[in-house]
Write a protein that binds this ligand. Structure first.
Ligand code: HEM
Length: 283
């Protein structure tokens, strides 16, 4: 995967011998994109820390049943396969979050290209494992939180992960680095889908000063259904706007810059709410 930094790929000045330059731009759009990446790195770092400390801590202390304090179908005695798939899911979750942030740093790719390649391979393996394992947990093990519409939403996310991982890998193999970068950034966003779901939901609750549009007891309702699909589709739409803006006119760039700054604010607000309401209380 390559940088989240602004596209320079469409500029001939930045394309050298068919390779996409790693030099980020310095305009307002580039600055807004960097700011969003900083927000995402902070928020995903907190999410990874929570997974490691809460779920890893439960296993390390010999009490995996503590997973059930959070999950509707966590550690189930006698369900060896299901427990293993869930355990690997949580392990890969930490790996992919850290690996994704590392992979997006342009300095790493510039200075240690071999690390970028190996981390990218591991990232794609983790993404595939998480998507397939997630589908197993939702549809075969069953009993996870949410209704059928939410399950369809997160399954769409899983399918997009599988497709984008394959397209990103194929483009890198063919040394089509501009296409690789675009597919890899799309992959990064859909891999972040479950994180978007959490910060999006907490932002919704914060904005409405309570659970509006869904039943917190059954964890179902229209608001959750919308967020379940928005977790992958909304970030992808903003990314497409960003791609077009980097090659577009001044008006489009201004609009994309404003939207990105709104995303930065919303992301920080969502991270704050998720940290206070979801993650911190469990640590
Ligand atoms: C690719 C990135 C993913 C990451 C980083 C990730 C991370 C996590 C984490 C941290 C949990 C524990 C729940 C919590 O404490 O918040 C979890 C649970 C779960 N995940 Fe994922 N996940 C990913 C993808 C998916 C996908 C694509 C699916 C479905 C297709 C999925 C299905 C599930 C299910 C069913 C649970 C158990 C939830 C429950 O019992 O209520 N995950 N995941």
């Amino acid at each position: 995967m390559t940088s989240t930094m602004p596209s320079t790929a469409s500029s001939p000045a930045h394309a050298v011998a068919g390779r996409v330059s790693v030099t980020p731009g310095f305009g307002p759009l580039a600055f807004a994109a960097r700011a969003w990446f900083v927000a995402a790195a902070v928020g995903q770092g907190i999410f990874a820390l929570y997974v490691l400390v809460f779920y890893g801590g439960a296993v390390a202390s010999g009490h995996p049943e503590r997973w059930n304090d959070v999950l509707s179908r966590g550690h189930v005695p006698g369900d060896g396969v299901g427990n293993l798939v869930l355990g690997l899911h949580l392990l890969f979750a930490v790996q992919i979050i850290v690996g994704g942030i590392v992979q997006c740093l342009p300095a790493i790719r510039r200075r240690w290209p071999a690390l970028h390649r190996w981390n990218g391979r591991v990232y794609m393996l983790s993404a595939t494992t998480l998507a397939l394992g997630g589908l197993y947990l939702v549809w075969i093990r069953s009993g996870s939180a949410g209704d059928a519409v939410q399950h369809a939403g997160v399954s769409l996310d899983a399918l997009l992960i599988l497709v984008f991982a394959a397209l990103s890998w194929r483009a890198a193999r063919a040394r089509r680095f501009d296409a690789h970068r675009r597919w890899a950034l799309r992959l990064f966003l859909v891999v972040s889908g479950v994180w978007f779901f959490r910060i999006g939901l907490m932002l919704w609750i914060l904005a409405n000063r309570g659970p509006v549009g869904f039943d917190p007891e059954t964890f179902s309702g229209p608001a959750l259904n919308v967020i379940a699909f928005a977790q992958s589709l909304l970030p992808l739409a903003v990314l497409e706007l960003y791609f077009r803006a980097t090659a577009g006119g001044a008006g489009l760039r201004r609009m994309a810059t404003v939207i990105l700054w709104l995303c930065v604010l919303a992301t920080f607000a969502g991270i704050g709410a998720a940290t206070m309401l979801l993650w911190w209380p469990r640590l």
